[in-house]
Design a protein around this ligand. Sequence first.
Ligand code: 8X3
Length: 251
Amino acid sequence: MSPDSTPQPRTAVVTGASSGIGAATARALAAEGFRVVCAARRTDRIEDLAEEIGGEAVTCDITDQASVDALAAAVPTCHVLVNNAGGAVGVDRVDGADVDAWRWMYDVNVLGLVRVTKALLPALRASGDAVIVNVGSTAGRWAYEGGAGYTAAKHGVKVVTETLRLELNGEPVRISEVAPGMVRTDEFSLVRFGGDQERADAVYAGVDQPLLAEDVADAIAWVATRPSHVDIDELVIKPRAQAAAHKVHRS
Ligand code: 8X3
């Protein structure tokens, strides 16, 4: 409460907010009444988004400790942290692994999440009632050929989430994982295939309605707005057409 007793909006931080699931989540949380801190590397994009939703833009590269420290310094109290930033590069088999690409995937998906979580935990604790939502993946549940650089990292997200839940037990900070399957966004597959639009489009070819970023954002906002005593450990969300990594109905 402010001195005049006007309720202050609760603060949410979303990483990777410049596009896709992150941008959609920032919008969904703003619609739920949060003041949303949009964090990402691309300043112009997050400034536009922050203006649209009445939030704040903080330029942040989660692979850089000083950048993450600056984000934490800008957020003294945080009620919701959505660790969304991440990504995949390549579809190397293990016997052809590009180790630098694998290192990048571990850094952005796992270490980046750890850097941000560690830096923001004091602000989350200070809120007295916080939720961390880690955006995992069905890649954190299933192996598939050519996927190990990414699936290993996303399995890492799952295990870090489970471990932190044990370590935070008794504190007013819940931790959840929302794990999407096939989501058609502008960038995920394009980045994975180094900008090859044809290969990126082929991922979704013939699939009747892959998930959209807004579908996942809706799930994240739901997880983040449960009553304080309700912890959603994990939520796996896929399109109807996808039963498993190798079982996708295509027309
Ligand atoms: C899910 C993407 O390609 O690993 O995040 O199924 S994929």
